[in-house]
Design a protein around this ligand. Structure first.
Ligand code: PRX
Length: 656
């Protein structure tokens, strides 16, 4: 079991103070300084954010109103005009950073490429002009379905430059999942590549786009822009599909950044929830730019000479905020890596750190646990002395993994920032500021200044120290999502009504269970809803269930998470079959594959169990708690008195 337990939290007494040398040179140098910032922000959040917005960003036009809060809908810096691509690129060109490395890319089969700020700016301008030539206008949506290559970041910045909203679709998603997103976001142009490298194999991305678009699959898509990456054969549909390198010859390198309203939609990113299809989380320009900028600056404590590497994929929010926008807005050097650790190359992460002298490294607990299994001799054989700060994100980190990270990777000298946040929050909400806040293994520590986090019960009342409750945010913040694309009611219901508003006070409900200890440190326990977290990937049980029942052999399906030593959780599916079909190993394989096709390999169940019936309450609700217990192999205890048919339990237990 890798999730922290209440007992382990209450027993965790280790405290790691920031090394004095680190603190002396840090952005925020002491607990006192943090506390002052926190108190100031709490006393007057609008003034706090406004001062930072003024200091840290370039505005074409200043705002009239800092915050317009019509719960649960917030607008920040209303009336202001800016462009995030300008803040990430143009403003650095008039400084010495013009020829500094902006993006260092390490490709999978040994390719590499470095783009300076000036070069990246030029590429982004050209790409923006190419999008314009394909008819993309301010307010249109562009999908980006790409491998981890510089063009993915270039395409994002190019969209931002001309005021088109991007929706990046993780390259591991299937054609079916891509199609759903293209339709929901009414996408006009898709940017893709012929293929991409993933763990020693070439993934045919363009072919997946063709599949998604076949038979009028996504009727709004007019063009597909294809980057050449793997040089494999692809079919190009005349009038619809264009090669990027050909279009590049036709367009100019001059493309001024469009002054955008603060609240102009910057991107939509789909994420799993409790019900229905993934929801399109909408982020807008000004608040998101400020929040990702300042969290990057204070939490990753970037120095101008630092090489910073976040191992996420740009298909997830971490890639958006902490590979592309946050680091580039700060004028940092950001590394982008196409590969992933795998048995044939278990030292690849450490090789990248050694090769580029990475100073700040940000990864997921799953990766750390996988490295622990591979053995510490692998990282120990590399020179990791350039590292000065480590980060983790995506799931709770168990104290053993934290300690290993600290000792083996950080050489006991690097502070660790365990960063809690979500697609919806836009940026990091709870994390140590590494020069100021002492850390405890397994705790994300304290909220960022301006973030009023609190553990509450379902009535919204704060719970006692160390008691379990729900993680909530008590005041709007600039990076918060603005709505669910096309479905404001779903936004309200999913995030603002679980805790009923009291006296017109709306509280953001994160969907995570948490505790706050006697020192005010947060310990995030994990999702309390039907979302499971597999290797840091967020999956909705309902999506996987829908994928399973779309197979002709399946009558009913219930999906739960089971603890997994490396991945945190694994997908277990309980399935009942349609009349004529019978259970077999082949059918299990087929069903796993079917889920892969419907959603993507990340959602494939690790285990499928056939049953005659699923355990239901008398009112017909599937008893998931019971299934979770069965899946984890624990004895079923507690109240099963509402179970409709106890015989069901026997069959399910035997299947396991
Ligand atoms: O359950 C929390 C977990 O990841 C969820 C958010 O997932 P997603 O929107 O995909 O964003 C992941 C990257 C920001 C949260 O609701 N989570 C994220 N970071 C942590 C975490 N759980 C514990 N500790 C963390 N540091």
């Amino acid at each position: 079991m890798t999730q922290p337990t209440i007992e382990s939290i209450l027993q965790e007494k280790r405290l790691f103070h920031p090394p004095a040398e680190f603190s002396q040179a840090a952005q925020i140098r002491s607990l006192e300084e943090y506390q002052n910032l926190y108190d100031q922000a709490k006393a007057n959040p609008e003034q706090f954010w406004a001062e930072l917005a003024e200091q840290e960003l370039h505005w074409f036009q200043k705002w009239d109103t800092v915050l317009d809060w019509q719960p649960p809908f917030a607008q920040w810096f209303v009336g202001g005009k800016l462009n995030i691509s300008y803040n990430c690129l143009d403003r650095h060109l008039t400084t010495w950073r013009k020829n500094k490395a902006a993006l260092i890319w390490e490709g999978e089969p040994g390719d590499s490429r470095t783009l300076t700020y000036a070069q990246l700016h030029r590429e982004v301008c050209q790409f923006a002009n190419a999008l314009k030539q394909l008819g993309v206008k301010t307010g249109d949506r562009v999908a980006i379905y790409m491998p981890m290559i510089p063009e993915a970041a270039i395409a994002m910045l190019a969209c931002a430059r001309i005021g088109a909203a991007h929706t990046v679709v993780f390259g591991g998603f299937s054609a079916e999942a891509l199609k759903d997103r293209l339709v929901d976001a009414e996408v006009k142009v898709v940017v893709t590549a012929d293929g991409g490298w993933r763990k020693d194999v070439v993934v045919p991305l363009k072919a997946q786009v063709d599949k998604a678009l076949a038979n009028g699959g996504a009727p709004n898509v007019r063009h597909v822009l294809v980057v050449r990456r793997t040089a494999q054969e692809v079919e190009m549909e005349q009038d619809r599909d264009r090669w990027w390198h050909e279009l590049q010859q036709e367009v100019s390198v001059d493309c001024p950044a469009e002054p955008m309203d603060s609240e102009a939609m910057l991107f939509i990113l789909y994420t799993s929830g409790t019900t229905g299809k993934p929801k399109g989380v909408v982020h807008t320009t000004g608040g998101y730019n400020l929040f990702t900028h300042i969290t990057t600056k204070w939490i990753f404590d970037l120095k101008d000479t630092d090489v910073y590497w976040c191992t996420a994929d740009v298909g997830w929010i971490t890639g958006h905020s902490y590979i592309v926008y946050g680091p580039l807005s700060n004028g940092a050097t950001t590394v982008m890596y196409e590969g992933a650790p795998r048995p044939s190359n278990p030292g690849c992460f450490w090789d990248v750190i050694e090769k580029y002298g990475v100073n700040v490294f940000y990864t997921a607990p799953t990766a750390i646990r996988a490295f622990i299994k591979m053995g510490e001799e692998i990282p120990k054989a590399r020179n990791l002395s350039s590292l000065r700060l480590l980060g983790t994100v995506g799931e709770p980190i168990n104290p053993e993994a934290w300690m290993w990270y600290h000792r083996v990777i950080g050489g006991e000298r690097c502070p660790i920032v365990d960063t809690w946040w979500q697609t919806e929050t836009g940026g990091i909400m709870i994390s140590a500021l590494p020069g100021a806040i002492p850390t405890k293994p397994g705790s994300a520590t304290l909220p960022f200044p301006g973030i009023m986090a609190q553990v509450v019960d379902l009535e919204g009342s704060p719970v006692a120290a160390n008691a379990g409750g729900y993680l909530s945010i008590q005041h709007p913040w600039p990076g918060m999502m603005r709505t669910v694309y096309g479905d404001p009611e779903r936004f309200r219901k999913s995030y603002w009504e679980h805790i009923p508003p009291r006296d017109g006070r709306y509280v953001y409900f994160a969907g995570d269970g948490a505790r706050c200890d006697q020192d005010g440190y947060f310990w995030v326990m994990g999702r309390i809803d039907d979302v499971i977290n597999v290797a840091g990937h967020r999956l909705g049980t309902m999506e996987i269930e829908s994928a399973l029942v779309s197979h002709p052999a399946v009558a009913e399906a219930a999906v739960v998470g089971k603890p997994d030593e490396v991945k945190g959780q694994e997908v277990v599916a309980f399935v009942t079959l349609e009349g004529t079909h019978s259970a077999s190993e082949d059918l299990k394989k087929e069903l796993k594959q079917h889920v892969g096709q419907e959603i993507g390999a990340i959602a494939r169940p690790g285990e499928i169990r056939f049953a005659d019936a699923l355990p239901k309450t008398r009112s017909g609700k599937i008893m998931r708690r019971l299934l979770r217990t069965l899946a984890s192999g624990e004895a079923v205890s507690g109240d099963t008195s509402t179970l409709e048919d106890l015989g069901v339990l026997e069959t399910l237990r035997k299947e396991g």
